[in-house]
Design a protein around this ligand. Structure first.
Ligand SMILES: [Zn+2]
Length: 248
């Protein structure tokens, strides 16, 4: 008896988020695709090949991939890079930033849940970080961190997690210009009177202002904003608090 296995080839717009070596020569890639969202694809014998195909699916490359499927995950049948974003892969600070984003995406996004807005946001984020990495300026490190936090806040919003930063999310009163708190669990920024205990993040007026800038401006216009290191530190705490709350 002759068995005939039919493979269907499908094309995707993909951003490589992760890769893991399997066995002697194979590799499992995790892509974020426009068409199906997060997708894991096996690349058979890819570590034996010349450098051409692996280069097309390096970490954070935007590419057109072809996947051959009969059942299960499917295997990588081809890839052509559209944007390499090569500067961000050779810049330590840029890599630190995109690695934070990669980990959040891999933790929160489930397989086969596509969202074209998240895909577009991710492409725009990588373009911004790559452009900042290309300039090789010292002050661009804080810009990269700012863009990364702004990306994550936009990403959380697209996932349906939005927070009140215009007033106290508990008593609804206007925020005084002094240190307040933030709690993802309570729904946003909390005034001093409603703030109790020490498990929330502290947010100074400049951090609240930065959170408002992110909420009220398009991501594409955010590169020019300059913020200082305490704001970065507090934004990082806010993003971490949201991430923990989302994963609760
Ligand atoms: Zn309050």
């Amino acid at each position: 008896m002759v068995y005939c296995v039919i493979f269907v080839k499908q094309n995707y717009h993909a951003i490589t988020l992760d890769k893991r070596d399997i066995g002697e020569t194979d590799r499992l890639y995790t892509f974020y695709t426009l068409e199906t969202g997060l997708m894991r694809v096996l690349a058979r014998s890819i570590r034996k090949m010349n450098a051409k195909l692996p280069m097309q699916v390096e970490d954070f490359v935007l590419s057109h991939i072809t996947v051959a499927k009969n059942y299960g995950r499917g295997t990588l049948a081809g890839a052509v890079a559209e944007e390499y974003f090569e500067e961000l892969r050779i810049n330590y600070d840029a890599l630190m930033c995109v690695d934070i984003v990669r980990n959040v995406l891999l933790t929160i996004i489930e397989e086969n849940d596509s969202d074209e807005d998240i895909f577009a946001l991710l492409v725009e984020y990588l373009q911004k970080i790559n452009a900042l990495a290309t300039q090789k300026k010292e002050k661009n490190i804080s810009q990269m961190q700012w863009i990364t936090n702004a990306f994550l806040m936009n990403f959380f919003a697209l996932q349906g997690y939005t927070f009140d930063v215009s007033k106290c999310c508990v008593c609804k009163n206007s925020l005084e210009k002094k240190r307040n708190g933030f709690s993802a669990n309570r729904g946003g920024v909390i005034c001093e009177k409603c703030f109790s205990g020490n498990w929330y993040c502290y947010v100074d007026p400049d951090t609240v202002k930065a959170l408002r800038v992110i909420q009220t401006n398009r991501f594409s216009t955010l590169t020019k904003v300059m913020i200082h290191s305490i704001v970065h530190k507090q934004m990082k705490m806010v993003v971490g608090d949201i991430e923990r709350w989302v994963m609760r």
